[in-house]
Design a binder for this molecule. Structure first.
Ligand code: 3HC
Length: 382
């Protein structure tokens, strides 16, 4: 299959990521079917698309009301997997990050989607190879990971499972380009792929700061608010504390037992999941929270976060997950904004970043933070 043959896309899941992906495909000319398990979730997804089209595009004069209506006319909605995928050329799954749910959905997709349809998963962390085992077409199963908000963020990670064919990788890469994204190939099916893996030690740091009650989320975020599109705990709220917690649990099981999640779990159990529930680390009921920068901690600085990112990026490179340092930098820039880790390392110097990693590893007694040999050698150029 080549990308010109894709006329209709089906998206499983109408949550934040699902409806964001649907909107992106609609805005780039595709017919799209959106499916969720209950009508109320479907309706919420449709409302999310309508609100976003209005607020970020029609109200800003980026599209006309007629263009919006034409886009919405290409949208079909349903609670039936069979109806959604029976004539789809390409399917993107964006259901909860639970392997059993993913596998059950993929089993149905394999049963009901046309034999030549590609089945892609938007999983943030999980093994593509494992998900593909639920189907009889593992060569057509691929990772296609979008970033939140999906309409805005450019990165799409296209991940090769053990049996994913080169044709499937290429058509997925080309589709991502056709819908206005900046895809990056993930060459090895490894937990959390590139972007989330590079940020994984930062997530662990956020968890450990909560566990040890070192500083409050607002004190921590105050130190970063001015230099990042979103401060670290604010970003967790934005993405969903539950999503971050699932990710830490997966990393604990698949990458290192040092990835704990007890503090995040407590917040999830309290039902305060961040922006989507109106409250997480911050109150979101009136929009983006105000972070009081006068409370900013001096205990942690930007170079600590960059050091952890650069160090993990060297692992991503050494393990062959990404093809090149430039691919890693592009992923980070297009997934969340800001600068690529290797670009930053060039300016700051590997010696300084290595020292920071050593200090953090010692302070928290965590191997994950220890500088790699590649980090210490400091030879990676972009
Ligand atoms: N959809 C479309 N466009 C949006 C948008 C949305 N939901 N939210 C904001 N925008 C657009 C606005 O229209 C505006 O566009 P313009 O400059 O062309 O007018 C621009 O973004 C800036 O918006 P605002 O000034 O209204 O708001 P902010 O400056 O607060 O930006 C943000 C909002 C774009 C979300 C910015 O805060 C940001 O980039 N945050 C970081 C997001 C991030 O890191 N995402 C990755 C998370 S990790 C992840 O998703 C992995 C997964 O596995 C969980």
């Amino acid at each position: 299959m080549n990308v010109e043959q894709i006329k209709k896309i089906a998206v499983m899941g109408a949550g934040d990521m699902g409806h964001g992906i649907v909107q992106t495909a609609l805005m780039n000319g595709y017919k799209v079917a959106m499916r969720d398990i209950e009508q109320r979730f479907v309706d919420k997804g449709v409302q999310g698309i309508k609100d976003s089209l209005e607020r970020f595009f029609v109200a800003k004069g980026k599209i006309t009301a007629e263009q919006r209506d034409e886009m919405l006319n290409r949208l079909e909605t349903t609670v039936s997997i069979e109806d959604a995928v029976k004539d789809a050329d390409f399917v993107i799954e964006a259901v909860p990050e639970v392997m059993d749910i993913k596998k059950s959905v993929f089993k149905d997709l394999d049963k009901f989607a046309p034999a030549d349809a590609v089945l892609a998963t938007n999983t943030s962390n999980m093994s593509i190879t494992e998900i593909a085992k639920a189907t009889n077409r593992p060569e057509k199963v691929v990772g296609m990971h979008f970033f939140n908000p999906a309409v805005r963020m450019k990165l799409v990670e296209v991940t090769k499972g053990e049996k994913t064919s080169e044709e499937t990788m290429q058509v997925t890469y080309d589709l991502a380009k056709n819908i206005g994204k900046a895809p990056v190939r993930v060459e090895k099916d490894s937990p959390s792929f590139i972007y989330n893996r590079v940020n994984a030690p930062v997530m662990l740091l956020l968890e450990l700061i909560l566990e040890k009650k070192i500083v409050s989320p607002e004190e921590f975020d105050g130190a970063f608010k001015a230099v990042m599109p979103m401060a670290p705990y604010e970003l967790v709220d934005f993405v969903g504390v539950d999503i971050a917690c699932d990710s830490l649990k997966y990393l604990h099981d698949k990458l290192s037992p040092e990835y704990s999640s007890t503090a995040f779990e407590q917040i999830v159990n309290a039902g305060t999941l961040g922006k989507k529930t109106g409250k997480g680390f911050y109150d979101w009921s009136a929009g983006r929270p105000t972070i009081d920068t006068s409370k900013a901690t001096k205990e942690f600085g930007l170079n600590d976060l960059i050091a952890l990112q650069v160090n993990e990026a060297t692992k991503v490179l050494d393990e062959g997950v990404a093809k090149s340092p430039a691919d890693i930098d592009n992923a980070i820039v297009n997934g969340g904004g800001g600068f690529g880790p290797f670009q930053l390392a060039k300016g700051i110097g590997y010696a300084e970043l290595t020292k920071r990693c050593e200090a953090l590893a010692q302070r928290f007694n965590v191997e994950v933070f220890k500088p790699t040999d590649t980090m210490k050698e400091g030879k990676i150029q972009v």
